[in-house]
Design a protein around this ligand. Structure first.
Ligand code: CP
Ligand code: NVA
Length: 301
């Protein structure tokens, strides 16, 4: 493993090892307090962030390393100088690059032209660190992930893509329910279905919310992702039947609610669900740091 650009690049055993290491680091942080001693990580962010920025910064600190945050107040990556120069220059000083970009191709260019590991902190296509934290969270609630039924409801986006690859590798039974015109990327769906077939998982897609069926956990995300300028009014009517409500959770028999955050209460999910007893949102947020630290230790330790 040289980079983490997408969960699709991991084998099942690499993914299982990352989850196991994340659990170890979470249980015994002192044992990893020097894992990144003397190492520096540059964090390039083209988009806003709370969880990703803070969990990487504090996580790197807890591993004994140093994090340097670069936002794009001086213009998007590639404007002042080519992304390739960014990558090669940062590689002169830093030991890894964490990048949140609009285009996934920017992250691929950083990996291609730099000489240090690159970690995708969210692109238009994938959010692998989120996916890792989410499966870590599910594995804390369920002993056997291959028996878990996970539904994703809403906009088929970067988070959906990473969840689909992760579920496929882990044999999780996944149902994706999206309004027509908002399905996940077709190629990602095909690849994830193929990976699922190899690992005993199942990936079902539908636009009919009545086909949701029995679920253990229901996941949703914002209806409009960063960088998407579609006015909310345009999609609200279309997405309303896909709002995650207490009735929907009960109808599916789902005990757990998941969301990568930020959550818009009474939009993609009701406040009662987001803040309800079965909500895993803070566990997911906490696990971002442990999952990312497992990635950092694996790539740099
Ligand atoms: N879930 C997530 O990536 O949150 P941020 O956008 O705040 O980093
Ligand atoms: N799909 C969302 C995730 C935010 C963490 C976005 O890309 O804005």
């Amino acid at each position: 493993m040289n980079h983490l650009l997408s969960i699709k690049d991991l084998t099942q055993s690499q993914l299982l090892q990352l989850l196991a290491l994340a659990k170890q680091i979470k249980a015994n942080p002192q044992g990893y307090a020097q894992a990144l001693a003397g190492k520096s990580v540059v964090m390039l962010f083209e988009k806003p962030s709370l969880r990703t920025r803070v969990s990487f910064d504090i996580g790197i600190n807890k591993l004994g390393g140093h994090a340097l945050y670069l936002d794009q107040q001086n213009g998007a990556l590639g404007k002042r100088e080519p992304v390739s120069d960014f990558a090669s220059n940062i590689s002169c000083w830093a030991d890894a690059i964490v990048a949140r970009t609009f285009a996934h191709s920017t992250i691929e260019q950083l990996a291609e032209h730099g000489t240090v590991p690159v970690i995708n902190a969210l692109s238009d296509m994938y959010h692998p660190c989120q996916g890792l934290a989410d499966f870590l969270s599910l594995s804390e609630m369920f002993d056997d992930l291959s028996k878990v039924k996970l539904a994703y409801i809403g906009d088929g986006n970067n988070v959906t893509h990473s969840l689909m690859y992760g579920a496929a590798l882990l044999g999780v039974q996944m149902t994706v329910v999206c309004p027509k015109g908002h399905f996940p990327d077709g190629q990602v769906v095909c690849e994830a279905q193929q990976i699922a077939a190899e690992h005993g998982g199942k990936l079902v897609l539908t636009s009919d919310i009545n086909e949701l069926g029995e679920q253990d956990a229901i996941y949703t995300d914002t209806w409009i992702s960063m960088g998407d300028s579609t006015p909310m009014a345009e999609i609200e009517a279309k997405f309303k039947p896909y709002q995650v409500t207490e009735e929907l959770m009960q109808g599916a028999g789902a005990n757990y609610f998941m969301h990568c955050l930020p959550a818009y209460r009474e939009v993609e999910a009701t406040a009662a669900v987001v803040d309800g007893e079965g909500s895993l949102i803070l566990r997911q947020a906490e696990n971002r740091m442990h999952a990312q630290n497992a990635v950092l230790v694996t790539l740099l330790g």
